[in-house]
Design a protein. Sequence first.
Length: 420
Amino acid sequence: MDILRFATAGSVDDGKSTLIGRLLFDSKSIFEDQLESVERTSVDRGEDYTNLALLTDGLRAEREQGITIDVAYRYFATPRRKFIIADTPGHIQYTRNMVTGASTADLAIILVDARKGILEQSRRHAFLTTLLKVPHLVVAVNKMDLVDYDQQVFERIVDEFTAFAAKLEVSDLTFIPLSALHGDNVVERSPNTPWYQGSSLLHHLEHVHIASDRNLIDVRFPVQYVIRPHKSTDPELHDYRGYAGQVAGGVLKPGDEVVHLPSGLTTTITAIDGPGGPVQEAYQPMSVTLRLADDIDISRGDMIARPNNRPETAQDLDAMVCWMTPDRELTPRMKVVIKHTTRTAKAVVKELHYRLDVNTLHRDDSAQGLGLNEIGRIALRVTQPLFVDDYGRNRMTGGFILIDEATNNTVGAGMITGAK
């Protein structure tokens, strides 16, 4: 079974946590003690219904305020597919949390309150999901029960969002009317919306095609660790040399010719070992160990690719960055540590091209710095070459994080838009 990672996004009080709770509850993916705890907490709070949002909102501050603050991950499975859910916050001051949750998602669900329509936060989250190159977008028009399941309300929101999405790079857009509180069109088709001819949300999540979203053309294998067991009593293990890592793109098979970067030396894959033993092919996002025909000096941070299909080798990067710390601003000439795939290097911010207003998409060319949750385009100079692709081509080799040299805290997340 394949795994679908999806994130929820949208304005405050649109019902993201309730929707996930309803998905887990109606697909019978929660334990009895979890349900009893939620029912007990709902009674203690004076609510006359089981508040399914409490399944994901676990922090005390979240339950007190009825909002999501941090990203909550939940896991469930149906006979067709496994799911990893990231419930992300709606508030603008938690933009960094939303970026974190959506950065690895195959699909994003943007919730819209049927009574309020498309809000500024809805537009912001739609833009962020397209900036992060999330391939599939579902607009869930929630709280349809509060507008008497009115078809015209739904169609008005569809028209408005479609017009806005025309400005963005959206490859797959789906609209579903639902009520997370009552379960309409969440797991089962609802009789309250006979005018809606599409599938339920869970049916869509089970059947959306994600295999073609992965880059199976450009072979990218960042080396994470060199495995040398050195067991003197076992001749095979005594000479064993394997290069462990996670496949970031393409398909690798024994017998394939590959090139090692940065040396440029070519060799052949003799075997691929997975967690359960030898495998005949490896593809994203499998974690495997490669064995090569020749003894090449390979270490952590190096890259294995195809001889005729190599990533860019670059020390000057253009990138979009989301700044994630309140302690200091990102400013030109600032020194940071960059972590790209398995390679870590020192870097300096050469230039801040502009700060982007994610609500209006306006570019502020006069900006002198980026504060917490702000997004901008920067130029970076790295002390050693990185093996990169454009983020739109490969999210793993096109993404990076920035680390504060002094505190070792993650202070930014970036998407490479150009390299030289």
